[in-house]
Design a protein around this ligand. Structure first.
Ligand SMILES: Cc1cc2nc3c(=O)[nH]c(=O)nc-3n(C[C@H](O)[C@H](O)[C@H](O)COP(=O)(O)O)c2cc1C
Length: 409
């Protein structure tokens, strides 16, 4: 029989931890998020369906994205014990300059549609945390405004080669003049991927007010309040457009771009050039031979070719073939700092976060992006400590085994 007693006030007092309730609802909401998936849930509650689906969705049956995330889950870490991990350093040099974390913000189009603070929120947060911010050709904030938001930090400009070459190169010149240090040339969009959610939702730029969007807006009044009471959506680099995103992309992109064009672009840019969207070992080698400074293994977050190669699976062979001194970056499917650490252990110098950033943005604007960076940075440092390493240089392939759920026949 358990012996019981009547509790005394003296014993209860230390258990009572009533804090003064804070009325900063956004702060409370974000503080509760422990993972990027938690931010995603908040984002979904607060963002109308069409822009949320535009962000979250991928091409066709969305198999590329699902597999890429699964590949990160299907690893086994191999820790070393009894190391002094009281100090851990998560920074190193990327493309010749320091970064505080081995991840940065990926270029994303139409960002102010997800949350009206858009790129400025991302650039401010990147500045605060010492990580690079990438502005897309399809961005909704000008090159100069991004520079003003992140004046001392690193800004990268992502280039899509348009049919109108002069306009593309005018952008490149503006980015160089504004002091952007890296040009990301995206090469996996000869035509737009089929984003079926957008077609089903009738998603267009700008969003249309139909009966169903109005019904969907009712529980999300703040998004609409922000959207309607701030500067109308305009693009970093193009004039107004009305139509679906796919139609816009197809009207602009030049499907004839080839390796000769890449060489030409490389010669126009005074800083570092990185080619984004490499999906085979052969192309990685070819592009490295052209003399660009790095590549991003990426399938565009699964938004282009469905059932595309999983970038994280390509990584070890590309490192073997291209050499571990060459800068190999990676994206697609990263949702935690442990994913980032796994990529670095297998030879990636840097990683880019697309949706993780946008979930943070939709969950709480600039504060939400801050929270995302805080969460992912915390996971990076914790994973490194638990693996028994103090620096990114100490991460090695032996720390990660890729389990084979999917293997070629
Ligand atoms: C909403 C959205 C818009 C994007 N727009 C661009 C773009 O304009 N240019 C580009 O090179 N990549 C774009 N991407 C791809 C990202 O740069 C990145 O490759 C991808 O998001 C990485 O996958 P993740 O979302 O799983 O992190 C976009 C991705 C998303 C989710």
């Amino acid at each position: 029989m358990t012996k019981r007693q009547i509790p005394k006030v003296r014993d209860l007092a230390p258990l009572m931890q009533f804090k003064k309730p804070s009325l900063d609802f956004k702060k409370n909401r974000l503080a509760k998020a422990q993972t990027v998936y938690d931010l995603r849930r908040i984002a979904q509650r607060r963002t109308p369906k069409a822009p949320f689906d535009y962000t979250e969705g991928a091409a066709e049956a969305e198999i590329s994205l699902g597999r890429a995330r699964q590949a990160f889950e299907d690893i086994e870490f191999s820790p070393s014990i009894l190391r002094d991990v009281s100090k851990v350093s998560t920074g190193w040099d990327v493309l010749g300059a320091p970064v505080a974390q081995p991840f940065g913000i990926a270029p994303t189009g139409f960002t102010r549609m997800m949350h009206t603070e858009g790129e400025i929120a991302g650039a401010h947060a990147a500045a605060r945390h010492g990580i690079p911010f990438s502005l897309s050709t399809m961005g909704t904030t000008s090159i100069e405004d991004v520079k003003a938001a992140n004046p001392l930090g690193r800004n990268w400009f992502q280039l899509y080669m348009w049919k109108d070459r002069d306009r593309s190169m005018a952008l490149v010149e503006r980015a160089a003049a504004a002091g952007f240090d890296t040009l990301l040339v995206t090469v996996d969009v000869p035509v737009a991927g089929a984003r079926l959610r957008d077609k089903r939702n009738g998603f267009s730029i700008p969003p249309q007010l139909t009966l169903s969007t109005i019904a969907n807006a009712l529980p999300r009044p703040w998004w609409w309040y922000d959207f309607l009471t701030t500067e109308p959506l305009s693009f970093a680099s193009l004039d107004r457009w009305s139509g679906t995103v796919g139609e816009l992309l197809d009207s602009m992109f030049d499907p004839t771009v080839d390796f000769a064009d890449l060489r030409w672009i490389r010669d126009q840019w005074p800083g570092k050039v990185v080619v984004k969207g490499i999906q085979s070992v052969d192309d990685a080698k070819k592009v490295a031979e052209i003399g660009v400074d790095g590549i991003v293994l990426s399938n565009h977050g699964g938004r282009q070719l469905d059932r595309a190669p999983i970038p994280f699976h390509l990584l070890p062979e590309v490192v073997r073939e291209v050499g571990s001194e060459y800068e190999i970056h990676l994206d697609t499917g990263i949702m935690s700092g442990a994913d980032v650490v796994a990529a670095v252990a297998l030879g990636a110098r840097f990683t880019l976060l697309g949706r993780a950033y946008l979930y943070g943005l939709m969950a709480g604007g600039e504060d939400g992006v801050d929270r995302m960076i805080e969460i992912v940075s915390g996971q990076v440092a914790r994973t490194m400590r638990l693996l028994g390493v103090n620096s990114l240089e100490e991460l090695e392939p032996r720390h990660v085994t890729q389990l084979t759920r999917l293997a070629p026949r």
